[in-house]
Design a protein around this ligand. Structure first.
Ligand SMILES: *[C@@H]1O[C@H](CO)[C@@H](O)[C@H](O)[C@H]1NC(C)=O
Ligand SMILES: *[C@@H]1O[C@H](CO)[C@@H](O)[C@H](O)[C@H]1NC(C)=O
Ligand SMILES: *[C@@H]1O[C@H](CO)[C@@H](O)[C@H](O)[C@H]1NC(C)=O
Length: 320
């Protein structure tokens, strides 16, 4: 019993010293609260041994707390065809010039097996240069299960035991005629659950109820647990043929998945022309614009969002 009292005394004294030390530290350095907590844990674990906090350890603590912990990991898959070289080149410009904060967004082009000799050279060169291509084990098809092959292949492709778990919080499936503003996408995801989530633009166009019926193929995003469910469940396997995005909605319904849904309408919409019930004027509150079927529509959209405003001045060029 005496020992306990002595221990308690020692504990109170060391706690007091520790608190004074923290106050001094905080007032000198404006150290972030969460790194203090980490340091606190370290100090409490070694209550009888001094826990040195030198410049390098405190920097590491700061770096850890500000990067990996709250960063959202997104696999951004653009379904396209092997021969669409120009389109991929263009989309690399579009997404390569965006640097969203608070997330790691991996843009990947997704297609089925190569079928021509020239593809084997050209696509391999692209991979060597950009490493942003996923080739699924399938034959190109419109309504015969490419979406299923995409999602169900991912758990094995990204099963690196050393890497983070889950490898991605969210997986996007989108088209090569959609333009996403990645920072707006990331900001909209921040408050949302990272599990059992189905996010997109709900169809039919006038509807605002994400529980009826499904998200448009312009681009939808699901959480990793749903990706794993698609791989494991028999429900998607038994329902592969037909309009893919609609069928995806059926899987969610029949499997009682996606209790969390988010309708990003009208931050996602079809390009204003020709006007339909699915279109909206370009406006600042935009996450995605779809049906950018020609260069003129792309240019109008990119101009509207001032995407070249950050071009740095130089003696080497002049763009009026
Ligand atoms: C700071 O502390 C870490 C671990 O406690 C140690 O590995 C490192 O060498 C120290 N750095 C300096 C500059 O003292
Ligand atoms: C796709 O290619 C792989 C390897 O080249 C082959 O094993 C597979 O059978 C092909 N799949 C289809 C559906 O053609
Ligand atoms: C683009 O820049 C113009 C001129 O600075 C500004 O008025 C407009 O609000 C910007 N548009 C968007 C979508 O931020």
């Amino acid at each position: 019993m005496k020992a306990t009292r002595a221990d308690r005394g020692r504990f109170i004294i060391s706690s007091f010293v520790f608190i004074c030390f923290l106050c001094a530290l905080a007032s000198i350095n404006e150290v972030r609260y969460d790194s203090l907590l980490k340091f606190g844990r370290c100090a409490l674990a070694n209550i009888n041994m001094p826990c040195k906090l030198n410049a390098s350890t405190s920097n590491t603590l700061l770096a850890q707390s500000s990067s990996s912990d709250d960063e959202i990991r997104i696999l951004f898959g653009i379904l396209t065809l092997p021969d669409q070289y120009q389109r991929r080149h263009f989309l690399r410009l579009i997404y390569g010039t965006q640097t969203p904060v608070g997330a790691k967004v991996d843009v990947k082009f997704v297609f089925c097996n190569l079928t021509k000799e020239d593809q084997k050279v050209l696509v391999a060169l692209e991979i060597m240069r950009y490493d942003d291509i996923i080739i699924l084990n399938c034959q190109e098809n419109m309504n015969k299960g490419k979406t299923y092959t995409y999602f169900s292949s991912l758990p094995e492709m990204f099963n690196d035991k050393e890497g983070p778990n889950p490898p991605y919080h969210y997986v996007m499936k989108t088209d090569d005629d959609a333009y996403f503003r990645l920072q707006s996408l990331v900001d909209s995801l921040k408050p949302l659950p990272r599990e059992d989530l189905y996010y997109g633009y709900v169809i039919p166009c006038p509807s605002m109820d994400p529980f009826v019926h499904y998200m448009s193929g312009m681009g939808y995003l699901i959480s990793w647990d749903i990706v794993e469910w698609i791989k494991e469940s028999d429900i998607p396997k038994n329902q592969l043929e037909g309009p893919e995005d609609k069928i995806f909605g059926n899987w969610m319904r029949d499997g009682h998945r996606a209790k969390n849904r988010f309708n990003a309408k009208w931050s996602m919409y079809n390009f204003p022309e020709p006007p339909t019930r699915c279109t909206h004027e370009l406006w600042p509150d935009t996450i995605a614009v779809h049906l950018l079927k020609n260069q003129e529509k792309w240019i109008r959209t990119l101009k509207y969002f001032n995407v070249t405003d950050n071009l740095k001045p130089s003696k080497l060029y002049h763009i009026p």
